[in-house]
Design a binder for this molecule. Structure first.
Ligand SMILES: O=C(O)CCC(=O)C(=O)O
Ligand SMILES: [Fe+2]
Length: 308
């Protein structure tokens, strides 16, 4: 972790008023920006995506975010900024696979503004603030969950720590019995409220750990439930192991944090926003390895699976 990459300079400031990141991605017109990604960032990202042994976390420092106006009051509120951060984020994300949005979430935006929303301060969602955001695999309930998520910090908050735990660390602490029990398909995960689910909607039965050579993790501390006594017992062991090897990073302006959603769970500490345009502001993008696997649940770059 903590790979420091050189400053990323991506050309002139543009007026963002008519800029739509989804359209831009659909047209593939960011191709010319790919060549402008700082070579240190590009090679670190490429090595990260190739490595079977990577820890699953890459932090690039000093990434250019352009001219950033006040933090908006919500993910889809108008913003006053140029397009540099969106172009940077999409260009780097496209090195890892196919960038996607999810229709119910932020209306399918491929670059999402993650900002504290006053009315949602206590929710278990990325726009909360006054509560601990529990550890989760991003969209753990989703059949087409992202392989990677990218968090680019436009404005930091010294109180807000992004927390995470690496599967390798957790496995070293997990009792053998729990590890075995977590590989059984005896778990369900509730559908996140941001996906407008029908009441009580849950995923199909799944395992929390895959049993292959390179284990894959699918767990949401709040939403994953065991359907048998041994599954529930194993979840308690898992939560204890994760708590014991939790790590944290306080994102600062120009930090780009890339998480491999198959081997890292993440969350966030509480913080106290002022809701005055100076609050923490991240931009987030999601990447899947291959759009073909999504089948019919796709419109452009937006995954349309419905849970309602
Ligand atoms: O705010 C953060 O640091 C992470 C929030 C989160 O879980 C997310 O954006 O997916
Ligand atoms: Fe998340």
């Amino acid at each position: 972790m903590d790979i420091r990459a050189g400053a990323h300079t991506v050309g002139g400031v543009q007026n963002g008023t008519d800029f739509n990141a989804n359209t831009w991605l659909d047209e593939g017109s960011f191709g010319s920006w790919l060549g402008q990604i700082d070579s240190g960032v590009a090679s670190n990202v490429a090595a990260f995506s190739r490595s079977r042994t990577s820890e699953g976390v890459l932090l690039c420092k000093g990434v250019e975010v352009g001219v950033v106006g006040p933090t908006p009051a919500g993910p889809r509120a108008p913003v006053s900024k140029d397009n540099v951060s969106e172009r940077t984020l999409l260009s780097v994300a496209s090195l890892l696979g196919r960038v996607v949005g999810y229709a119910p979430e932020h209306e399918g935006d491929v670059v999402q503004n993650i900002v504290p929303v006053k009315q949602l301060a206590t929710e278990q969602s990325s726009t909360s603030s006054s509560v601990t955001l529990a550890f989760h695999t991003e969209a753990a309930f989703h059949p087409h969950k992202p392989r990677y998520l990218l968090l680019l910090c436009l404005r930091g908050d010294p109180q807000a720590a992004t927390t995470y735990a690496l599967l390798n660390d957790v496995l070293s602490l997990l009792p053998d019995q729990a590890r075995q029990d977590l590989t059984r398909e005896e778990f369900t995960t509730g559908v996140d409220s941001s996906y407008n689910p029908r009441p009580g909607a849950v995923s199909k039965l799944h395992s929390v750990l895959s049993s292959g050579n390179v284990p894959v993790w699918c767990w949401d501390e709040e939403l994953t439930q065991g359907t048998t006594p041994r599954a529930r017992e194993a979840l308690l062991d898992l939560a204890a192991a994760v708590a014991a090897c939790s790590r944290a990073v306080v994102l600062e302006e120009g930090d780009l944090l890339i998480l491999d959603n198959s081997s890292v769970v993440h969350g966030r500490s509480p913080f106290s926003p002022r809701f005055d345009g100076t609050d923490r502001w991240l931009q987030r993008s999601f990447v899947v390895p291959d759009l073909r696997a999504v089948g019919d649940d796709l419109s452009g770059n937006v995954i349309t699976t419905s849970f309602s």
